[in-house]
Write a protein that binds this ligand. Structure first.
Ligand code: MEV
Length: 325
């Protein structure tokens, strides 16, 4: 019988890129989710269909047959095949699996779409095969899928998609759930410029190798901003939080990951009285976030749309990956 699971998207409030170098980052799960339905096949093949991307393919042992999506079908679907194979190995069942992905998360935009899909795939296929996979294992499987997509990910995306909530995350120390006073009213602006996280992580790496005495201290300051934000989130001071977001955005520009499309939206949001605005995720296009007084949300959405972005309000969610009834 078909099983459906879902996992949330995320926004990084503080510390993207710096987190790759061991600095702390703050990330929250939001109310946009990837949905994955899985069903058993008797023929041992793995069929994956991404309805949103219009990509579909079949893995038969080591061979791949593309149904829709051309050249990029295999590259896009391979990480999910890796996740499914890991769950199949755990179950020791000699069967195949079909999965269908329907997601409400913008793709390649810095909202952790690939990690959310991988966590939902592992969870749906696990339940389908009668496994009770603990969250650590879901995290582990989606992290392996992320490694295929991004090279050297910090693990922040699969962690928040698995556990949900607001997390203080460190690459080598894992995460702690954070206490937050009040809401964090956010608008997300999507530049609609697609980019690769792996390429942007490489850009920072290159700049850091070229100017180590300049860039390394900036990475450390990124970590300090995240720790200051922990204190501020506990008091619910949205003005201070906005200022820290603006400073964090300045650092991200300095390490080379903003672009003209992001700057346009960040400045449009600030002009519309957002309390703070910064890029979120890998940058180079993708999404930005604006912290906003609750009564200014619509105003900031309008301003971002007028500047050419696609804007929507985002709410935090405590719900990580889950089975849908
Ligand atoms: C991507 O959502 C966040 C980055 O810091 C990369 C990573 O942490 O793996 C840019």
């Amino acid at each position: 019988m078909e099983v459906t699971a879902s996992a949330p998207a995320k926004v990084i409030l503080f510390g993207e890129h710096f987190v790759v170098y061991g600095e702390p980052a703050i990330v929250l799960a939001i109310d946009k989710r990837a949905y994955v339905s899985a069903d058993i096949r008797k023929d041992k093949q793995i069929h994956i269909n991404s309805v949103n991307l219009g990509i579909s393919g079949v893995f038969k042992g080591e061979s791949f047959y593309e149904e829709f999506g051309g050249q990029k079908a295999r590259r896009t679907l391979e990480p999910l095949k890796i996740a499914i194979q890991k769950v199949l190995e755990r179950s020791k069942k000699n069967v195949g699996v079909s999965v269908e992905i329907r997601s409400t998360i913008p793709v390649a935009a810095g909202l952790g779409s690939s990690a959310a899909v991988a966590a939902a795939v592992a969870t749906a296929v696990g339940r389908l095969l009668d496994l009770e996979l603990p969250p650590e294992e879901i995290f582990h499987i989606s992290y392996e899928a992320e490694r295929f997509v991004h090279g050297t990910p910090s693990g922040i995306d699969p962690t928040v998609s698995t556990y949900g909530g607001v997390l203080l995350y460190r690459k080598d120390k894992g995460f702690t759930q954070m206490k937050v006073k009040g809401e964090i009213p956010l608008v997300i602006g999507d530049t609609r410029v697609k980019r690769s996280t792996g390429d942007l992580v490489a850009t920072v790496h290159k700049r850091s190798n070229q100017y180590p005495s300049i860039i390394k201290p900036l990475l450390k300051i990124g970590g300090k901003i995240a720790l200051k934000a922990v204190e501020v989130l506990e008091t619910g001071d949205l003005y201070a939080l906005g200022q820290l977001m603006n400073i964090n955005h300045g650092l991200l520009c300095a390490v080379g990951v903003s672009d003209a499309s992001l700057e346009r939206l960040v400045h449009a949001a600030r002009r519309a009285d957002a309390l703070g605005a910064k890029l979120t995720g890998a940058g180079g296009g993708g999404c930005m976030i604006a912290l906003t007084k609750p009564n200014k949300l619509v105003h900031v959405v309008d301003a971002i749309e007028r500047a050419g972005g696609k804007a929507f309000e985002a709410r935090m969610t405590d719900e990580g990956v889950r089975i849908e009834d």
